[in-house]
Design a protein around this ligand. Structure first.
Ligand code: HEM
Length: 69
């Protein structure tokens, strides 16, 4: 994984979180289980409205229904 200090929830450098890789793998496993077992369905009644002026495109509101597969 590329090292970057643009995003550093685990700290950086000599005191970098020792559990970082473990925590990242746990998260990947959790997301995989979520997607394997549930369907994420966007609410068709809510249009995506984006924030103006953000560097990245980000919606103001996202409504998702979670349905068991
Ligand atoms: C989402 C999960 C986690 C986040 C966001 C997180 C974040 C952090 C951060 C910000 C630090 C301070 C880094 C610094 O001082 O520069 C840290 C240190 C540390 N973390 Fe985590 N951590 C997570 C999970 C874990 C896990 C699962 C373990 C152990 C299994 C762990 C063990 C440690 C230890 C031992 C330190 C001290 C490292 C040192 O000072 O040398 N962390 N963590």
């Amino acid at each position: 994984m590329e090292s970057s200090i643009a995003y550093m929830p685990f700290g950086v450098g000599g005191r970098l979180c020792v559990g970082m890789r473990f925590a990242q793998n746990e998260l990947r496993a959790a997301v995989a289980q979520l997607l394997l077992n549930y369907r994420l369905i966007p609410d068709p009644n809510i249009d995506l409205v984006y924030f103006n002026g953000n560097i990245i495109l980000s919606p103001k509101q996202v409504m998702i229904r979670i349905e068991k597969r």
